[in-house]
Design a protein around this ligand. Structure first.
Ligand code: SF4
Ligand code: SF4
Length: 80
């Protein structure tokens, strides 16, 4: 089965950790100075709990389309 739903965390992330606690499957974790997603295939389609908890709008979702990938990264730079 194709993986067509998972969060993408952009450069606005301030590593507050709120999204880690929000995921009922414990898929998000802090590693090497950033938030990463474990087990993409376990992410629940159309769940947006981690996005809703994020106060800086750092989470968007890949939904199987190339547009969703582009939207996730547009206008965001993580270099500063
Ligand atoms: S809740 Fe948002 S700002 Fe906080 S760690 Fe998660 S993605 Fe980053
Ligand atoms: S979308 Fe839902 S299941 Fe997927 S990482 Fe976020 S909180 Fe967890």
């Amino acid at each position: 089965m194709a993986i067509d739903w998972y969060p993408i965390i952009n450069g606005k992330c301030n590593r507050c950790g709120d999204c880690i606690d929000s995921c009922h499957y414990s898929l998000l974790k802090y590693e090497n100075g950033q938030i990463i997603l474990n087990n993409y295939e376990k992410c629940e389609k159309n769940c947006n709990k981690c996005q809703k908890i994020c106060s800086v709008n750092a989470i968007h979702y890949y939904n199987g389309t190339s547009e969703s990938l582009l939207n996730s990264f547009s206008g965001v730079c993580s270099c500063h």
